[in-house]
Design a protein around this ligand. Sequence first.
Ligand code: 4NP
Length: 153
Amino acid sequence: MKILMVCLGNICRSPLAEGILKSKLPQDLFTIDSAGTSNYHQGNPPDIRSINIARAHNINIVNQRARQFKVEDFDVYDLIYAMDSSNYKNITRLARTASDKSRVKLILNEITEFKLKDVPDPYYDQENGFLNVYKMLNIACDNIAKKIHNDSF
Ligand code: 4NP
């Protein structure tokens, strides 16, 4: 099973989501990647604040490099998680078929108790914005891992 995490820049939120979900699933059975809807940071490592909050939770994301989401990703990934509704719109705009579109989800919809639907963009925020993002992605990824791991065994 293949899962893609998507935000705007692919340097703050989706690299964290990728690292967190990877830490919860066996790497031999699941392929997890991330991308940005923009090409602003193409080729760059994650933002140092995402690297630091991941490292504080024993997750290493330093080797990730940003890339832009491409239409061919619909052919590769079973599930595509958008970090916010703007990312969701930008991804689904590229969908060629109903099947492409059906694979795109808002990640916070995986937390049924949450009213918040958008992972806040922490780029212009302070360090505690990144902790907040980490915490919500950790809950969402726990729910995703439980769901897909059970489904696949
Ligand atoms: P991300 O955060 O989408 O979570 O990676 C951002 C990173 C960079 C920019 C915006 C959001 N930017 O405008 O450069």
